[in-house]
Write a protein that binds this ligand. Structure first.
Ligand code: AMP
Ligand code: DBH
Length: 572
């Protein structure tokens, strides 16, 4: 497959003679990308307009310098409120970019960014966008296993962390990441004592002229929830991602008067782009960072900042609808609540408007690309019972059987998709790509869906070996591998079981080695936690068995294990 042509901005101006050329323009096979005929079509349709994130911020700062871009109610020094206008964010991004460049961070370099919902997140990522370095969007919940992997696999040159957040000291993570990834030259600490590392506050320098990336270049690496032993990295370009923002803004009526409350972790694809903080900044609106997703904090900010739109996962939507009628805060400014990341029950969906007084939009998206929304003018039944339809008329949707044969509309099958903002392959994963994409470039989402006559998608289930724990995705194989590392464990299988609050939680079935010392469930959980895995991946329940149910050909039947986990006989 060919690479995405650089578009309008000529690469000669973007790379000095001594600088290595961008990997993309050399055609290095870091990831397959759109064939030229598709790229040309997406440009001709006006989807890819040759914009970059750096350019977008520059433009907004010129057009409305004094409008507020970002409000961080508590992340400033000593927990103070920070308000940055577009001019301020633009200036800060320039200064941070200059500081990064002075440290040798340049085009194509990977930088693992693990920040909570603080204003520095935007300062850092726009600085990286400007120099063409690629943020790798880690989540605050990630621990040494994930971080060590991101740093070493991407050969990251830098890692950006808070000092301490929610009682966890990220500097300890940086110490282990350093040991694991020899490429890691810099650790930047935002807020608090930098310890052995460099304070992010000391990085900014006088702005310098920096070569800007081209619109077809990679902008960042997003994370996939994954279904394999290690998470996959998702290469997104400026052009493709910005198209998804523009499309999302139109569908969710986000404009310069919108105030978006970023409740979920800022780096996650949903709050970043659906329409999220980047969509809001694209529209010239205002992003308010919510430090914690608890109703009291979110509701207080909705009232005080006049929030108009926000996005949450189903378990949070449930908590909010229960808390709102008892809350003293005035939520009158809120006009849209987006709910997605996992299937939203019709029952709770019905309660959104009565409880919160706003419109519901269901959103079914994925960091790989495709995002579906119910529309603001869809009939109520559609909003309550479907997960929406794609952003783009050029999003191609196929529902197929196990042999990739297309099914008639209304039948349930595997969702395949391809389009102007859906990747053609993961970053440096050729073997996995061969399985996750069809020969003609459709992404195998692993979701089992059906289409309604109106083209809306109903998510019916999942074929990928993943647990969706209230929107947090867990690859079964990844957790299984960690349990298998225990010396007393002979074999392990991790499956989803229903949970009234989260939708699903994880259940690990474990066979002990004959003659091994007896092991109890808490010891297995502790073992997994101590291997440095994000807490949400630690199994909720561990069940010891003598054997696993098998399929006709003798493979372990996860289907039967799931059924066993669901049966009333399955004691916690
Ligand atoms: P990821 O690949 O980690 O970005 O996660 C995307 C996956 O989350 C999708 O492929 C679905 O499995 C799941 N997902 C996202 N939104 C929804 C939704 N509204 N309903 C059901 N599943 C969803
Ligand atoms: O779950 C997701 O990954 C997700 C959900 C809603 C997403 O990436 C998105 C919207 O953009």
């Amino acid at each position: 497959m060919s690479t995405v042509p650089a578009g309008a901005a000529a690469p000669e101006t973007a790379a000095g003679p001594e600088e290595p050329p961008s990997p993309r323009t050399t055609g290095a096979p870091e990831a397959p990308t759109w064939p030229e005929e598709f790229a040309a079509r997406y440009r001709a349709a006006g989807h890819w307009r040759g914009e970059t994130f750096g350019g977008m911020l520059r433009d907004r700062a010129e057009v409305h310098p004094d409008r507020i871009a970002v409000i961080d109610p508590a992340g400033g020094p000593a927990g103070g409120r920070r308000v940055w206008t577009y001019a301020e964010l633009d200036r800060r991004a320039d200064r941070m970019a200059a500081g990064f460049a002075a440290r040798g961070i340049g085009r194509g370099d990977r930088v693992v960014v693990q920040l909570p919902n603080v204003a520095e997140f935007f300062e850092v990522v726009f600085a990286l966008f400007r120099i063409g370095a690629l943020p790798v969007f880690a989540l605050p919940a990630h621990r040494k296993t994930e971080i060590g992997y991101f740093c070493s696999f991407t050969e990251a040159v830098a890692y950006v962390i808070p000092a301490v957040h929610e009682g966890f000291d990220y500097r300890t993570l940086a110490t282990t990441a350093r040991a694991q990834a020899p490429s890691l030259k810099h650790v930047f600490v935002a807020g608090g004592d930098a310890g052995y590392f460099e304070s992010l506050a000391e990085v900014p320098a006088e702005p310098v002229d920096l070569p800007e990336p081209a619109p077809g270049d990679l902008a960042f690496l997003q994370l996939s929830g994954g279904s394999t032993g290690v998470p996959k990295l998702i290469p997104r370009t400026h052009d493709d991602y910005i198209y998804s923002l523009r499309g999302s803004n139109e569908i969710c009526a986000v404009d310069e008067n919108s105030v978006y409350l970023c409740v979920l972790p800022a780096a996650h694809n949903f709050p970043l782009s659906s329409p999220g903080s980047l969509g809001t900044l694209y529209a010239g609106g205002r992003v308010v960072l919510c430090p914690r997703p608890v109703p009291d904090e979110a509701f207080r900010l909705i009232e005080s900042e006049g929030v108009t739109i926000t996005g949450v996962v189903p378990p949070l939507a449930l908590v909010w609808t229960e808390a709102a009628p008892r809350s003293a805060y005035d939520l009158g400014s809120l006009s849209v609540l987006l709910v997605g990341g996992a299937k939203f029950s019709e029952e709770t969906a019905r309660r959104v408007r009565p409880a919160l007084g706003c419109s519901l939009q269901q959103v079914f998206g994925m960091a790989e690309g495709l995002v579906n929304y119910t529309r603001l003018d869809d009939p109520q039944e559609t909003v309550l019972t479907t997960q929406g339809r794609p952003i783009s008329p050029d999003d191609e949707i196929l529902v197929v059987d196990d042999e990739d044969n297309e099914l008639p509309v209304g039948e349930t099958g595997h969702l395949l998709t391809r389009g102007p903002y859906t990747i053609r392959g993961y970053w440096k994963a050729p073997e996995h790509n061969a399985r996750s994409f069809t020969e003609d470039g459709f992404y195998r989402t692993g979701d089992v869906v059906r289409l309604t006559a109106t083209g809306h998608i109903v998510v019916e289930g999942r074929a990928k070996d993943q647990i969706n724990r209230g929107g947090e995705k867990i690859a079964a194989e990844e957790v299984e591998n960690h349990i298998l590392a225990h010396p007393a464990v002979h074999d392990a299988n991790v499956v989803a079981e229903p949970d009234p609050y989260l939708g699903e939680r994880t259940c690990a079935y474990v066979i002990l080695r004959p003659g091994a010392e007896p092991l109890r469930a808490p010891a297995v959980k502790k073992f997994v936690r101590e291997r440095g895995l994000a807490a949400y991946k630690v199994p909720d329940r561990v069940v010891f068995v003598d054997a696993f149910p098998k399929t006709g050909v003798g493979k372990v039947s996860k289907k039967d294990l799931r059924a066993a986990a669901t049966s009333p006989a399955a004691a916690p």
